[in-house]
Design a protein around this ligand. Structure first.
Ligand code: ADP
Length: 190
């Protein structure tokens, strides 16, 4: 059987809680799977239950969280998997460190104003943070450092989920990680 070559890359989604990282990364994941690519999604919320269980939300712990995710993302990327990382990852220095470490790296800034994220309050966490029931909450009493050179920016308060998803897929195509028109699945049949 002919083995099709796919190139590994890590697509790193960063942004405030409720900005849309999980939503967009899951949509990108299912599109890529549909096209026949090998994909893994490392979602911050799930990772924190296993790989980084026990870590808190100090800068040191957040950095450790990001570095452990980056370690796994790197292993997968060098084995030609398309890796989607969805994590607040609020500190620019450690995100840039992951960019240098992994190499094939696309940063997606999932950008939505704090007020909109708070209005959405998908997990009810902003309410808790405002009530003082949660400390070190990003955007409330903990910093978020915006990317300066993200390859993609999704302004999720202004665009639809499908528009945000397409932006990411188009960037992957533009950088030659995927062929939207001639997907792996389509190639398999020829
Ligand atoms: P995060 O993973 O960043 O914490 P979620 O994906 O869990 O955020 O929640 C984002 C919310 O915003 C969802 O309810 C989603 O339906 C909504 N939303 C509205 N527009 C967009 C968009 N363009 N992209 C992503 N999410 C969007």
């Amino acid at each position: 059987m002919m083995k099709l070559q796919q190139h590994g890359v890590t697509i790193w989604f960063t942004g405030l809680s409720g900005a849309g990282k999980t939503t967009i990364s899951q949509n990108v994941e299912s599109e890529l799977r549909r096209m026949g690519y090998s994909v893994e999604l490392l979602d911050g919320d799930i990772v924190r239950q296993y790989l980084t269980k026990g870590l808190g939300f100090s800068k040191a712990d957040r950095d450790e969280n990001v570095r452990r995710i980056g370690f796994v993302a790197n292993l997968l990327t060098r084995n030609n998997v398309i890796v989607l990382v969805s994590a607040i990852s609020p500190y620019r220095d450690v995100r840039d460190e992951m960019r240098d470490y992994i190499g094939n790296f696309i940063e997606v800034y999932v950008n939505s104003p704090l007020a909109v994220c708070e209005q959405r309050d998908v997990k009810g966490l902003y309410k808790k943070a405002r009530a003082g029931e949660m400390k070190n909450f990003t955007g409330i009493d903990d910093p978020y450092e915006e990317p300066l050179y993200a390859e993609v920016e999704c302004k999720t308060h202004l665009e639809t989920i499908s528009a945000s998803t397409s932006k990411v897929l188009n960037k992957l195509e533009m950088l030659n990680y995927i062929g939207l028109k001639y997907s792996v699945q389509a190639n398999k049949k020829s």
